[in-house]
Design a protein around this ligand. Sequence first.
Ligand SMILES: [Zn+2]
Length: 162
Amino acid sequence: MISVCRVLTARGTPRIGAAFIRTAFNGWCTARRFQGRAGCLLGCGRGNDSIEHYSDCATYHSFCRQHAGLAAPAAEDRLACFLNLGHSTLIRRDAGCSRERATMLRALTVYAAYRVQASVRSGSLQVAEAAGALPAMLREGARGHPALESLLRVARRRQREQ
Ligand SMILES: [Zn+2]
């Protein structure tokens, strides 16, 4: 966790770091955290409103693959990857996809998921709009930070070349 904090501090932005800390310490306002029950707010229709589910959510992983070039990790690694406490797996492993880049991409996707989940929970987004809002929130996470914007551009280009 210290090494992820170091990468996020050096390469990320305060909003990305804050989302990482909130996620790692179960700080999302989910129904499960408040002993309630609700369906997945990202709209997959199959899970509940909990960090455990979001780490395994088909909507989240589809978004990661298409917009950040991140493949879904093996089922047993998904929660650790979502918390950014395990390794992140890129679809295409090469010299340009270092572990540090994978960590940043994963942190950006979790930031997007966190923001969209919070927006649906607060009522400013509908569940049906959640999947479509994830890419915009990803760009918002990187906005004004040239290294992160470039990271996303490269990831999208790689994904298109697959
Ligand atoms: Zn879901």
